[in-house]
Design a protein around this ligand. Sequence first.
Ligand code: TXA
Ligand code: MG
Length: 313
Amino acid sequence: MEPSSIEDAVALLRIGNVVAFPTETVYGLGAIAYNERAVARIFEIKDRPRFDPLIVHTENAQLAFDLCERTPPMATRLANAFWPGPLTLVLPKHSSIPDIVTAGLPSVAVRVPAHPIAQRLLAAIAAPLAAPSANRFGRISPTSAAHVRNDLGTDVPLVLDGGSCTLGIESTILSLFDERPRLLRYGSISLEDIRAVIGEVDLSVNAFARPESPGQMPSHYAPITRLEPLRDHLRPGDSERVGLLAIGPTSATGYSAIEVLSPTNDLKEAACNLFAALRRLDERKLDRIVCEFAPPHGLGNAINDRLWRGCQR
Ligand code: TXA
Ligand code: MG
């Protein structure tokens, strides 16, 4: 990465533009959180409904907590354990954050990304960056600069290229807004790891009726091609072209394309490859894609959450 590209990004952000940048999870589409017009541009480019709030990224925990009205001791313990890294905390919002960022909620989602380019950008801009994943709303999140360019094209003036994301699945979102901690989105840090630091955590990850974290909206992470759960022992018919998204090695036959997320059944590797594999299958112009689900523990929960939502229409 040329130092000049960070400088270009800073110059664009300062005049109220948006810039795409890599994080360890997925690429983000960022704007200075205090610039309401720039933040509005993010919603426009993504076709994202205004009721879906954005995560605010800062260089370190102190700067993140400056954006919050209160920070319970649990927040500090989690920050010490997981920041910089793929954990997003939802906390009571400071009045300085514009309503457009939080969709009018009394809370703000904050995260300190670990990716060196995200870190350098945040240090250079010296301001919090509101940034959702850099994809059109409801579609597959981008894990490379090419994914961002394919999705958003010339709508984004600059994409900082940091190669492929090392984790490949979004941050885990945990709300500390109320007395009891609540998981709002499965992500790159497992629930087991969070419980090891703070003990019991309530689950709000399946609140489809009235989503509180709109990433909870049922249809999300969706390819253009129809995605369906794999049903046992059903071979595709001869007249259709079907793709298979397998978690580990498979002996399945009859498919026009097969993506194996991890040849060694490693959930970390599977998570890392998930979105790119789904995109490759989507490009094959198949009649449909069927997917296996991961074992429901550790990162398997985050993988299954994305697959399940990708299956909704
Ligand atoms: O890994 C990530 O978190 C990536 C990178 C770019 O940091 N970002 C990301 O942002 O996944 P996005 O916008 O695609 O997903 C953010 C989720 C949304 O589902 C949103 O509803 C939720 O965070 N969210 C944001 N602010 C919230 C709040 N105050 N309360 C509850 N949920 C919130
Ligand atoms: Mg997203």
